[in-house]
Every structure is written in structure tokens, then in C-alpha cells.
Design a protein around this ligand. Structure first.
Ligand code: C2E
Ligand code: CA
Ligand code: CA
Length: 405
């Protein structure tokens, strides 16, 4: 067997899991086919079934160190995605508490059942091979998610994850006032994968924490280099996106504050973008984290504003500096009166609460002008600039051009 990035390549005839030996991982079959066999106490080997793409084998290995109850052998050259016990435990540890509790209960019962049936040598009847085949439901989304999560860890360590920086401009003159850092993953053989695809996956797997640690230190280091390279030290801010997972994790906030301190960047130049959903889902944890970040001088921006919960009461309750108007409203503000009025209300609300406003997704001069005339302070979107690599961001900051609209 050869393994790379948690992918295991097996040849026809290879044993993937050996009966009565301890296993350390379960496998999801990406391609190929395996056979499941069981040898009884009297030495008789029984064929239990075949499994193909989408099926999981050796699932109990992610739960306990006990001996495996069957042998799994490749009948064709196959590719398997490995899910180690450590990975599973981490995912479970990160799961919703109700899910954790239910999972533990089910696993305990199942283990107990297995143990008793082994003791009694009276295993429950196994389904037929045909039934197993029929039940091996293909789950393309789940498989894709496991594949992405497995590859992401390796990619982060291999330096395949990069940050691009999208300018945020002053709507009075179109000059840059800051950048938003956005993750980019250009896979060597498969091409780029959008963050809107891989971020939700790594949020679920818990890898977002490690990724965000990296994003933060990289974005701050880049800001220092942009400062020097553009000849405008101290001028621009850097915005970093955070997900619920890390924002409500005390250890993450500890590390974040240490990174900020070690970076030498003035904290008010660092903007943390969080979504309103995050505030609503875990208000206590979010409130504590926000208070700590605010006290350290960091700026807080609410991302995708207007798309989450409609309750506005939290705006008073949290220390928020900036509202980012979601691009869905900007996108059809010129065609749809409701979107226009909604933006007008958000701008008025922000102003009343003494917050800054940034409109996202501005793609035309007309949109930029309408937003400026409504009193929106800042804008971001393809009309001004797309997210760009650091060297181009440095040039953008240095040129500091005005834009007419
Ligand atoms: P977001 O935070 O709302 O980021 C803005 C997204 O809008 C970016 O997509 C950006 O490229 C895109 N955008 C900017 N201007 C325009 C425009 O004029 N028109 C259109 N149609 N789109 C525009 P991107 O880079 O694909 O990122 C997607 C999402 O992935 C982000 O949405 C954010 O939620 C998430 N994301 C990206 N990087 C990170 C990260 O480092 N950490 C976390 N937690 N999330 C990230
Ligand atoms: Ca954002
Ligand atoms: Ca956004």
C-alpha cells in the first residue's frame, strides 16, 4: 500500500484491513472495489460482501483499538481515502454537543452488541452481498468533502494556500484605504478551488482554526511588507475573515492577540470580519471574544450584513465598528427598488450607531456613484479592483489612484 495526502493506493489482492488485528483508520472507497471476509473460530472463511465507491470500510477502527472483526481485501486496484482515529476524534470533539452525545451512545451500544455477539459466537446474520451492494449509497458530496479536507491539510503545509488582497476604497475619491485578505488554493494538478467551496468543508472538519492562525500571521506580515513597498506605512488597514469556530474558541483568541502583538502592526489597522449569524448563534461566546479583541484595539466588521438574522437588537449589544453591506443587495440595487431601500436603511442605521459602512460587490460606476450619494463611506468590488496577489496590492497602494465615477 502507498499513501499520500491520506489517500491510499492498493493493488488487487492487497489486504486493507486484517481480521483480529488492530486498525488505526477507516477508509472511504474513492475508486475500485473491495471484498469483506470473515474467518470463524473453526477456520472457515465466509465471504460477507463487496463494497464499491462511496462505501466506508473498517469504520470501527476509528472508534476503538479492538481487533477488527473482518478482513477487507482489494479485488481491484483501488484508491481509498483514509480517516484516522485522530481525525475522527477531532471532528467529533468539534461537533455539536447533541451530536456528540448521540454518537457516543450509539457507539457504546454498538460496541457492546459486537462484544456480546462475539462472546456468544452467535453473530447476527449478515446481509447478502447483493443487499450490501445495493446499500452502498453513493454520497458524492460527502466523498468530495472528505477528499477536500484530506488534501487541504497537506496543501497548507506544502505552501499551496495563498492570500490575495482585495482593495477597499474610499467612495469619495476611489483611493484605497485597506485590503481584505482572501484565501486562495491553486491545486497543482487540479487547478483553483473556490474558498466558498473549501471554507465550509474545513469549517466542518475543524481545520479552519489552523488555517486562520496562518491567515492572520500571513496577512499581518504582508501588511508590513505592503507598508514598506508602497511607501505609505501605517496608512491602510487589513481585514481578515473569521468563522464561528475560531471566533468562539478562547485559545484561538489568545493566539490571535499574541500574533497581533508580535506583528508590531497598530491594532486599529486590523479589522476582523465576522458574520451576524455568528453573533446570533453563540452570543455569549461571541460577546466575550469581541470584548477581548476590542479591548486590544482591534476593529470589528460585520460581514454580509443584511443576509442573516433580522434582529437588530444585537447591534447595540456588541462593540461593532463597521457594517459591510452584502453584495446581493448591491448586485440588484439599480434594478430593484427594495434592494435600494434596504441599502439606504442599512446606511442610515450604521450612521445612527456611529459605524463605518462598506458596500461589497460593486461592479459598475453607477453602483459606486449611487452608494456614495447615499452616504456609504467605503466600497469594494470588481469595479475598483479584483482580489490580487501581494506584489500587485503593493503597487495598487503605492499608486494610490483616484477613480472617477
Ligand atoms: P466574503 O468574505 O464575502 O468575501 C468577498 C467575496 O466576494 C470574495 O470571494 C471576493 O472575491 C468576492 N467579490 C469581491 N468583489 C466582487 C464583485 O464585484 N463581484 C462579485 N461577484 N464578487 C466579488 P472569494 O474570494 O471567492 O471568497 C468567498 C468567501 O470565502 C468569502 O466571502 C469568505 O466568506 C470566505 N473566505 C475567503 N477567505 C477566507 C478566509 O481567509 N477565512 C475565512 N474564514 N473565510 C474566507
Ligand atoms: Ca469578508
Ligand atoms: Ca462579504
Amino acid at each position: 500500500m502507498t499513501a499520500r495526502e491520506n489517500k491510499v493506493h492498493v493493488k488487487a489482492g492487497d489486504i486493507v484491513i486484517a481480521q483480529d488485528e488492530a486498525g488505526h483508520a477507516a477508509y472511504v472507497i474513492e475508486s475500485g472495489r473491495v471484498e469483506i471476509m470473515q474467518t470463524s473460530a473453526n477456520g472457515e472463511t465466509q465471504h460477507l460482501g463487496m463494497r464499491g465507491p462511496g462505501a466506508m470500510v473498517g469504520e470501527m477502527a476509528i472508534i476503538d483499538h479492538g481487533p477488527r472483526s473482518a478482513t477487507v481485501r482489494a479485488v481491484e486496484d483501488s484508491v481509498l481515502l483514509e480517516i484516522t482515529r485522530e481525525d475522527f476524534t477531532r471532528r467529533l470533539g468539534d461537533a455539536d454537543p447533541i451530536l456528540q452525545m448521540a454518537m457516543h451512545t450509539v457507539l457504546t451500544r454498538f460496541r457492546d452488541l459486537m462484544r456480546r455477539s462475539r462472546i456468544l459466537h452467535d453473530l447476527p446474520p449478515f446481509p447478502t452481498a447483493e443487499e450490501l451492494e445495493r446499500d452502498a449509497i453513493r454520497q458524492p458530496d460527502a466523498i468530495e468533502a472528505i477528499r477536500i479536507a484530506n488534501e487541504f491539510g497537506a496543501a497548507l503545509h506544502a505552501g499551496e494556500i495563498a492570500l490575495h488582497y482585495q482593495p477597499i476604497v474610499n467612495l469619495a475619491d476611489g483611493r484605497p484605504v485597506g485590503f481584505e485578505s482572501l484565501m486562495r488554493w491553486d491545486r497543482p494538478s487540479k487547478g483553483p478551488l473556490s474558498p466558498s467551496v473549501f471554507i465550509p468543508v474545513i469549517e466542518d472538519s475543524g481545520q479552519i482554526i489552523e488555517a486562520s492562525d496562518w491567515v492572520l500571521s500571513e496577512a499581518l506580515a504582508a501588511l508590513r511588507r505592503i507598508d514598506t513597498g508602497s511607501g505609505r506605512p501605517g496608512d491602510l488597514f487589513m481585514s481578515v475573515n473569521l468563522s464561528a469556530r475560531e471566533f468562539t474558541d478562547d485559545h484561538f483568541i489568545d493566539r490571535l492577540l499574541r500574533t497581533v502583538q508580535a506583528s508590531g502592526v497598530v491594532p486599529t489597522r486590523i479589522h476582523l470580519e465576522i458574520t451576524e449569524r455568528l453573533l446570533m448563534v453563540s452570543p455569549e461566546a461571541a460577546s466575550a471574544a469581541l470584548a477581548r479583541c476590542r479591548q486590544a484595539g482591534l476593529h470589528i466588521a460585520i460581514d454580509d450584513f443584511g443576509t442573516g438574522y433580522s434582529s437588530l437588537s444585537y447591534l447595540h449589544a456588541f462593540p461593532i465598528d463597521t457594517l459591510k453591506v452584502d453584495r446581493v443587495f448591491v448586485k440588484d440595487m439599480l434594478r430593484n427598488r427594495n434592494s435600494m431601500e434596504l441599502i439606504r436603511s442599512i446606511v442610515a442605521l450604521g450612521k445612527n450607531l456611529d459605524m463605518d459602512l462598506i458596500a461589497e460587490g460593486i461592479e459598475s460606476a453607477e453602483e459606486a456613484a449611487a452608494l456614495r450619494d447615499m452616504g456609504c463611506d467605503m466600497g469594494q468590488g470588481y469595479f475598483f479592483a479584483r482580489p490580487m496577489p501581494e506584489d500587485q496590492a503593493t503597487t495598487f497602494a503605492r499608486e494610490n489612484r483616484t477613480v472617477n465615477f
